[in-house]
Design a protein around this ligand. Sequence first.
Ligand code: NAP
Length: 288
Amino acid sequence: MVSTSLPGGTWTLGDLPVTRFGYGAMQLAGPWVMGPPADHGGALAVLRAAAELGISHIDTSEAYGPHVTNQLIREALHPYPDSLHIVTKVGANRDQQGGWPPARDPESLRRSVHENLETLGLDVLDLVNLRLGDAAGPQPGSVAEAFETLVGLQQQGLIRHLGVSNATPEQVAEAQAIAPIVCVQNMYNLAHRQDDELIDALAEQGIAYVPFFPLGGFSPLQSSVLSTVAARLDAAPMSVALAWLLQRSPNILLIPGTSSATHLHENIAGAALSLSDDDLAELDKIGR
Ligand SMILES: NC(=O)c1ccc[n+]([C@@H]2O[C@H](COP(=O)([O-])OP(=O)(O)OC[C@H]3O[C@@H](n4cnc5c(N)ncnc54)[C@H](OP(=O)(O)O)[C@@H]3O)[C@@H](O)[C@H]2O)c1
């Protein structure tokens, strides 16, 4: 049963009903997403709180830690309720410096899918995003070999649904010409609106758009317009940023990250904020 009490209601990812308000687990690993968290029990508590609050869509990756975030999810929530869907991604490794070198050759992708199955304790991954580009953002280039490798693993029954991440619109179209995708996960927030057209095109096709860094990621969103609107509504800027995303388009799913159960509660309450047309018009100026 999918909770309908969370802000934004629900969405169907392929055939998987999920709450539009999800949870991004990346922040649970150690500093700069390397190593274990300082507060292991606190990380487990955040994951359990997310599930208890009815969140049915958790975003992760084997690269977070590496291994750490997946292991925490398994420790906190396995055996998973049928209603909980864990979305992972493949296509990047970690190096000694904490960098994210691409790993999109067929052998690396196959290994990564099997590692995700192992660390999450699953027989089938609900949704796997192929992470493209690099730390600077999407980069042009064919996705065919990498995406076809994942399609092969899907045909073997190891993956239910596929998506792409950090992708250009051309790469989204190239992947779609090979096999159906159910989501695109790219960087997008009030201040980074480069995917406006892509979001609208995906909405018309019934495909989800899942913005990463919805709150600005490692550099929290800062804008005088955002602060002004938030002050007028007596709300936190983070709340306004999340509510704006939910109101921006019905195919947007939220995966805000936090290592704090208090922030998780604040974000759920804040995302329910109703923004007026005037608020939206004012906020619209930020990313234009
Ligand atoms: N596909 C990709 O390439 C890619 C890249 C990056 C991220 N992602 C995914 O996207 C998810 C979201 O991104 P993100 O977590 O990096 O960035 P984010 O959601 O934009 O921001 C997370 C940051 O905001 C803080 N925060 C959250 N709620 C807050 C509140 N109410 N008050 C004050 N601070 C608050 C968190 O700190 P606290 O921990 O203190 O709350 C954390 O530092 C990740 O978890 C990951 O699953 C995907």
